[in-house]
Design a protein around this ligand. Structure first.
Ligand code: THU
Length: 139
C-alpha cells in the first residue's frame, strides 16, 4: 500500500462525512501492520460535542474489530465546496488517541490533499512531542 493509495482511500471516506454544521468534510484511512485498511469520516451531532473526528472513527473501527497495530494514517479534509483541499492536520484529541496505539517514533501521518504533490508526511512524534502514552502510567 503506497501513501498515494492510502490518500485515495481517505478521499473516498471523506465522501461519507456527516458534517451539516461545520461543512468541513474529513476522511481518514488507517493502515494496519497486517495490511488491512480501516477508513473513517467525521460524524457531527446537533449537540456539537458528541462529534467524532474522521481519524478517531477509523481508530475505533479498527480496535473494535480486534486490530491494534498500525503503520500509518492518511488524512484529508476541507470545506465541502473547496476547489482544492488544504492540508488538514489532526486535532489534539486525535493525536492523543493515535498515541495510545502507535509508536510515535515510527507511526506515519500522511497529510494528503486532492493534489498528490501537496502531500506532507510526518511522524506522530513530530505532531505530538513528549506525548503521554500507556507507558507513562508505568513509571
Ligand atoms: N475534524 C476531523 O474530523 N478531524 C480533525 O482532526 C479535525 C476536525 C472534524 C470535526 C468536525 O466535524 C469538523 O472537522 C470541524 O471541526
Amino acid at each position: 500500500m503506497t501513501n498515494g493509495e492510502l490518500v485515495a482511500l481517505a478521499l473516498e471516506a471523506r465522501k461519507l462525512a456527516y458534517a451539516p454544521y461545520s461543512h468541513h468534510l474529513v476522511g481518514a484511512a488507517l493502515l494496519t501492520k497486517s495490511g488491512k485498511v480501516y477508513t473513517g469520516c467525521n460524524v457531527e451531532n446537533a449537540g456539537y460535542t458528541p462529534t467524532n473526528c474522521a481519524e478517531r472513527t477509523a481508530v475505533f473501527k479498527a480496535v473494535s474489530e480486534g486490530d491494534r497495530e498500525f503503520v500509518s494514517i492518511a488524512i484529508v479534509g476541507g470545506k465541502e465546496d473547496a476547489a482544492h483541499l488544504p492540508i488538514c492536520a489532526p486535532c489534539g484529541v486525535c493525536r492523543q488517541v493515535l498515541r495510545e496505539f502507535c509508536d510515535p517514533a515510527t507511526f506515519t501521518v500522511i497529510l494528503g490533499t486532492d493534489r498528490p504533490e501537496d502531500t506532507k508526511v510526518m511522524l506522530l512524534s513530530e505532531l505530538l512531542p513528549l506525548g503521554f502514552g500507556p507507558e507513562s502510567l508505568l513509571q
